[in-house]
Every structure is written in C-alpha cells, then in structure tokens.
Design a protein around this ligand. Structure first.
Ligand code: FAD
Length: 387
C-alpha cells in the first residue's frame, strides 16, 4: 500500500487499542488513539496470558519488557472445594508443548508496557468518540469526538464490549448479553502454591501467583452484580480448601471488583465495515473461561497491522484480517461459552460427572485441550516497518 495512505485512528486505549496502535506504528503507520478516560486504566487486578498471547507481545517487540513484568506460572490445575486435585499441569509441560510459558501479569503493568512503547501524545486522553463514518474506497473514514472530526485511512474500533462503533455500524447485531454469572477479582499480598481453579456447584475460585508475595484471586457465582463484598465471598467460599479462607482475609475490601460476565453472541459475521474494523472485545467479547480475551486482542493487533500493511488497499487488508481472525475468535468464544456452562452448572449430577471426567483425563492430554488457543503463531515473529 502507498506509504501516504497509512494513517489510522484507534478508538480505545485498553489492551487491544494500545496493542493496535503499537503494531500499526511498527508497520509504519501514523496513529492517534482516542480514549474517553482521562488517563491509563489502573484497575483490573491481573491476567493470565497463554503462549499465543506471549508470542503476540513478542511480535510487538515487547519480549524483554514482558519478561521483566510478568511471572511464568510453574504449574496450574483444577481442584475440588475439599482441595483434591482433579487435574494438574506443570510449567515445564506447557513449555515443552508450546515453547513458551503461560504467564501472569498485573493488568495495569500490561497497559503500562504497551502505553510506554508509544510516543507521548499518541494517545488523546479524555477524548470520547461519539460518532463514526466508515468512509469508502475513495473516501477516508472518520470519528467524531464532540465537535472535532478526525479522519484517517483506517479506523480501528477497540472500544470494548459495549463498543459504540459496533452499535453504530452494526445496528442489527444484538448487543453483548449478560451470561448469568458474576466475577469478583482482587490482588492480595500473600504467597501461595501453584495456580489453581477450584470448581464447586455454580461457583469457582481461582488463585494465580503473580510474582513474589502477590496473588491474583478471582471467584465466580451465578448471581447478578451488586456492590462487591468480601463477606459475600466468605459466605460462599470461606469453608473451601486452604489457602482460600486466608486469601479472603487478605483482601482489602476497597480493592475488590465485581462484574457481570458479558459476551457477544452470536459472533459477528464480518469484522469490518468500509474502512472501520473492530478489534478485541469490541469484535468478540467472550466469557473469560479460557483466559484468552486480552491475548486475542493482542493477536488481532498483530494480524491487522500485518494484513493492512502488506495489502494493495485498506479494503483488501481488512478482508485479509477478517479471513485470518473471524473463524478463530468465533471458535474460541464458543469453547469459552461451553466451558462456562459446565463450570457454572448448579446441577449436582452435572458437576459430579464433570469432576469424574476431568479426573479421568490424563494430565498430559488435559493440556492438549488448549492447543487450538495456545498454538497460534503470528504471521511474522517480530513486526518490522516495511523497507
Ligand atoms: C473477570 C475477567 C477475567 C479475565 N481474565 C482474562 C485473562 O486472564 N486473560 C486474558 O487474556 N483475558 C482475560 N479477560 C478478558 C480481557 O480482560 C479482555 O478481553 C480485554 O481487556 C479486552 O481489551 P479491549 O482493549 O478489547 O477492551 P477494553 O479493555 O474494554 O478497552 C476498551 C477501551 O475503550 C475505551 N472506550 C470505550 N468507548 C469509547 C469511546 N466511545 N471513545 C473512546 N474510548 C472509548 C474504554 O474506556 C476502554 O479504555 C478477562 C475478563 C474478565 C471480565
């Protein structure tokens, strides 16, 4: 594509938007990000990133920064509320299968890693996009922020699960739906053993060490979002296996977050409209059961930059992006939804069968269930500006 035709506006400075801005800049584009919040997101507890997400961050040139801020998990597994392990995988097994570890990172640290790789002034904070024009083959696209119009060859809408851009340009697509359960999340100062997720009846509790003396805890239950309360967590999980009660005691109440789990369903048939494309949760918000949403947003960014830079036109590049992403993200959204049904089931019969089946699967086969997600490779190991 002609170098003069390489300007992009990104809507949203979450993980997806920042990754898109960085990927496009590395591929030689001029980029401006419009973010409605006045500054960087500082909440969100932590995330786990599978090897596919780690590879995508490496493709953005962030391998060293990621190594410095993230912790490799030395193992993970599924437990019952009495503490018995149903399945376990070691960190070595993940590396042997995928060549890279699964890592945990404080969400604000990942945001910081991405944002600090962008030049100052690239993100316009406090700039809420209120309207979008998809442009056309011979006309640039544009976004409106109040009475200001910003035009570009490409608009990347990374404005999250409730994407205004998606609602404007895909008005017939159903909005993201509540999935009937909530998630609580917090970071606590404590140390713990390997990562685990404990499955009860319609309830789960996750423990993820994030470096020394920091643990990411999360929990889910089939209820609607109210004010976050540690007492509610104690009443649900206080008699589950150690160290759950002690971790609950270590939560600072003001740090506890609680959200309704939302997902976009059915998946979008096409991820672009004119010169505007969707990316990250705006394109494929899914239940968090595979721990893949943020990783897929970074993958989207790498593939998008590669596709639009190598193509003869923005339209051809967006069609290539769509071909590379739509099937993959729809498939993982479907898997995550199925896993949600199984793990949030309140039925005693279903949970007994689920636990028995999980215990029977040899640990080395359990890891294979993540191959489709974790086995992804970027189109190039590291994005470089074309000569
Ligand atoms: C409980 C839970 C646990 C999770 N755990 C994991 C995990 O372990 N691993 C993982 O990979 N993923 C995980 N995810 C998923 C992950 O958090 C999301 O997929 C990811 O954050 C999506 O990033 P995004 O940039 O697409 O969207 P967002 O993070 O929602 O960012 C969208 C941005 O757009 C901005 N914005 C919105 N509207 C406008 C507008 N009109 N104008 C300008 N700016 C706008 C918002 O302010 C925001 O900054 C989890 C999700 C949940 C809910």
């Amino acid at each position: 594509m002609d170098v003069e035709e390489r300007s992009a506006v990104v809507v949203g400075a979450g993980i997806g938007g920042l990754a898109a801005a960085l990927a496009l800049r590395r591929a030689g584009w001029t980029v401006v990000v419009h973010e409605r919040s006045p500054g960087r997101e500082k909440t969100g507890a932590a995330l786990t990133l599978w090897p596919n997400a780690v590879r995508a961050l490496h493709a953005l040139g962030l391998a060293d920064g990621l190594r410095a801020r993230a912790s490799a998990l030395d193992g993970s597994g599924v437990r019952r509320p009495d503490g018995r392990w149903l399945s376990r995988t070691s960190g070595e097994q993940v590396i042997a299968r995928h060549g890279l570890p699964q890592v945990a990172i404080v969400r604000a640290d990942l945001i910081d890693l991405l944002a600090s790789a962008l030049p100052s002034g690239c993100v316009r904070w406090g700039a809420a996009v209120t309207d979008v024009d998809p442009g056309g083959p011979d006309r640039r696209a544009g976004v409106r922020c109040g009475d200001r119009l910003a035009e570009a060859d490409l608009v990347v809408a990374a404005d999250g699960v409730h994407s205004r851009v998606r609602r404007t340009l895909w008005p017939d697509h159903p909005p993201a739906e509540r999935r009937g359960y909530v998630a609580w999340r917090a970071l606590v100062h404590a140390s713990t053993g390997p990562a685990s997720e404990t499955w009860g009846r319609g309830e789960r509790f996750g423990i993820v060490p994030v470096g020394e003396n920091l643990v990411y805890v999360y929990a889910t239950a089939n209820t609607a979002a109210l004010e976050p309360s540690v007492d509610e967590l104690r009443s649900r999980f206080g008699n589950w296996h150690a160290p759950i009660p002690a971790l609950l005691d270590a939560i600072t109440p003001g740090d506890l977050m609680r959200h309704d789990i939302m997902a976009l369903h059915p998946p979008l048939r096409r991820l672009f409209h004119g010169r505007v494309t969707l990316l990250g949760d705006a394109a494929h918000a899914m239940e968090p059961n595979l721990g893949q949403g943020a990783g897929l947003a970074v993958e989207d960014a790498v593939v998008l930059a590669y596709a639009v830079t190598g193509a003869s036109s923005v339209a051809a590049g967006l069609a290539a992006y769509d071909r590379a992403r739509a099937v993959r993200v729809a498939r993982l959204a479907r898997q995550s939804r199925l896993l949600g049904r199984l793990t949030q089931s309140p039925s005693a019969a279903v949970t007994t069968l689920r636990d028995a089946t999980t215990r029977l699967i040899p640990d080395r086969f359990a890891l294979r269930g993540f191959d489709a997600a974790a086995g992804w490779h970027p189109p190039v190991p590291v994005l470089q500006e074309p000569r």
